[in-house]
Design a binder for this molecule. Structure first.
Ligand SMILES: Nc1nc2c(ncn2[C@@H]2O[C@H](COP(=O)(O)OP(=O)(O)OP(=O)(O)O)[C@@H](O)[C@H]2O)c(=O)[nH]1
Ligand SMILES: [Mg+2]
Length: 391
């Protein structure tokens, strides 16, 4: 089962009682930042001659990357992950209502004509469910309606819930692989999560939010700013990290080698015994061969240092079917293991969840529900379908 889900189901009381205490401790510790005590090979610590907190930047001897220590005076305690599924339902009930309510309305009619079935089909297509899954669902509904005969509203609701759930597929493994591992030679290594996608889909934001989720679960995290095209990209990531006391490894100069930065981030995490390293990458169009080659290089170089646990493809839910073309190419180049569907708060087209899973054979693992720092939730098929049906 999903680590996060495990935490929700079994660890909720512990999370509330113990977790808040631990997070509280962390945040208190964070208010008086200490210089790193574990000295990574080749890392020089900036001296603090005036008794103030250490400076933000620590040089790495390769000359490729620098480590930006968090120096924010106050470190935030991220929201526990527990309450987020409720919010997912609330937001989906708002944004996704047209799909669920329209289907329920039509299915409740006494005699379903061909026009009614066309309306059902159209509703599903408009919600981005995709042609294949739509045809499948309509066939199954026709069959079940024929067998059921007269349909009570309750029965229609249950039927639709059951069929939508099957389409979303609760059997897919949505575990986020964020547990550190041990290499064949016995060396421990951090879990490596690589985040990829086209421009502006929400990669950096997702990395920032995910770091907060992990910190809330009491994991130690290192961020890697492998988007080296713009200094602002690394700044953006570093700001996210600093808010929760997480260090960011970044390139010394614009246009540095993203693969080298990613590699340094993993090495730093390994040296410090951190649990997880999250690597943010530059947005790239799937049809730009050079950039896609570069992504291939990042994955090759990274996996020489430690196995890549997750390659998360970030897709903007509001771009609908366009996201599918991107997804195919990224799957070829980077071996995507999970989808993050962002901006689900901004669309009524929740059907994209179904389409993208079908197209890629890769599960949606996380959903973005807003621009707030804790607006990221583990994807949960039941909560999603209930949201669509406004339960
Ligand atoms: N409403 C909403 N906005 C989001 C969500 N996730 C990200 N955004 C917004 O989308 C915009 C782009 O986010 P970024 O994280 O910078 O996107 P990116 O993929 O890193 O962009 P590039 O690095 O330029 O490729 C920002 O304004 C985010 O606040 C979400 O789940 N919901
Ligand atoms: Mg970015």
């Amino acid at each position: 089962m999903n680590d996060l889900t495990d935490l929700l189901v079994y660890g909720l009381p512990a999370l509330l009682v113990v977790g808040l205490g631990v997070v509280g401790l962390r945040s208190r510790r964070g208010r008086t930042p200490e210089p790193p005590t574990t000295t990574a090979e080749g890392v020089e610590h900036a001296p603090t001659t005036d008794g103030t907190a250490p400076t933000a930047t620590v040089e790495v001897s390769t000359g490729e990357a620098v480590v930006a220590e968090p120096v924010a005076p106050a470190v935030e305690a991220p929201e526990p992950v527990a309450g987020r599924l409720v919010r997912l339902r609330e937001r989906l009930a708002r944004s996704g209502s047209p799909l669920g309510t329209r289907l329920l309305q039509v299915l409740s009619r006494d005699h379903l004509s061909e026009d009614d079935w066309d309306e059902i089909e159209e509703t599903l297509l408009l919600a981005d469910v995709g042609a294949g899954p739509t045809a499948e669902l309509v066939d199954r509904l026709r069959e079940r309606v024929r067998v059921l005969g007269v349909r009570e509203p309750g029965a229609v609701h249950d039927l639709l819930r059951e069929q939508l759930l099957e389409l979303v597929d609760p059997t897919l493994d949505r575990t986020l692989r964020t547990a550190p591992g041990v290499a064949d030679d016995g060396t421990p290594h951090p879990a490596v999560v690589l985040v990829v996608g086209v421009n502006g889909t929400g990669k950096t934001t997702t990395v920032g939010k995910l770091a907060r989720v992990l910190v809330a679960e009491n994991r130690s995290v290192v961020l890697g700013a492998a988007d080296t095209f713009r200094a602002a990209a690394a700044d953006q990531l570093q700001t996210w990290g600093a808010r929760v006391g997480v260090p960011t490894v970044r390139s010394e100069k614009d246009g540095g080698d993203p693969a080298a930065v990613a590699f340094d981030a993993v090495r730093r995490a390994a040296d410090e015994g951190a649990d997880v390293v999250l690597v943010d990458t530059a947005g790239r169009l799937q049809n730009k061969a050079g950039l896609m080659d570069e992504l291939g290089k990042i994955t090759r170089v990274l996996s020489r240092r430690a196995p890549i646990g997750e390659v998360l493809l970030v897709l903007d839910a509001t771009t609908g079917q366009n996201g599918l073309n991107q997804a195919r190419v990224f799957r070829e180049v980077a071996g995507v293991t999970g989808i993050v569907l962002t901006k689900l708060d901004g669309t009524a087209k929740g059907g994209i969840v179904v389409a993208v899973q079908r197209e890629l054979g890769v599960p949606v693992k996380l959903v973005g529900l807003g621009e707030g720092p804790d607006d990221l939730a583990p994807f949960e098929p039941e909560a999603f379908v209930d949201g669509l049906l406004q339960d």
